[in-house]
Design a binder for this molecule. Structure first.
Ligand code: HEC
Length: 107
């Protein structure tokens, strides 16, 4: 008879635990789940294209969003310009996605 009592309690507890399941974190502590495009740019691209997108070893990118779409920028990042000095595949995956998105907004 004691067993029946404790069984009832357990099934009540399970009801309360439903989250919305939309967290989607990648396990890194704190901060945003998606990569930050501007940060990716500063870490990987600014050395050639300038911290304020004004150019340097590479061309200015301050109006690049008017010239290329996000997908085209992603392609440029993947291919690079090996002959002109921009290595291919500098950033990949989520980071490439984020920086392409951010640059496509610069116009
Ligand atoms: C080692 C230097 C270097 C780095 C680092 C670099 N680039 Fe470049 N990038 C260049 C050069 C040089 C060109 C010009 C290529 C040409 O015109 O043939 C260029 C061209 C580009 C272009 C085309 C611009 C235009 O107006 O046609 C885009 C877009 C671009 N880079 C994005 C990026 C992004 C995004 C990153 C970081 C993930 C990055 N670059 C990192 C050197 C660099």
């Amino acid at each position: 008879m004691q067993e029946e009592e404790s069984g009832g309690e357990q099934s009540e507890q399970q009801e309360g635990g439903s989250g919305d399941g939309s967290g989607g974190g990648d396990g890194s502590g704190g901060g945003e789940t998606a990569a930050n495009g501007e940060e990716v740019y500063q870490n990987n691209c600014a050395s050639c294209h300038g911290q304020d997108l004004s150019g340097g070893a590479g061309p200015a990118l301050d109006t690049v969003g008017g010239k290329y779409s996000k997908d085209e920028i992603k392609q440029i990042i993947a291919d690079g310009f090996p002959d002109a000095g921009m290595p291919p595949g500098l950033v990949q995956g989520e980071d490439a996605e984020a920086v392409a998105q951010w640059l496509s907004e610069q116009q």
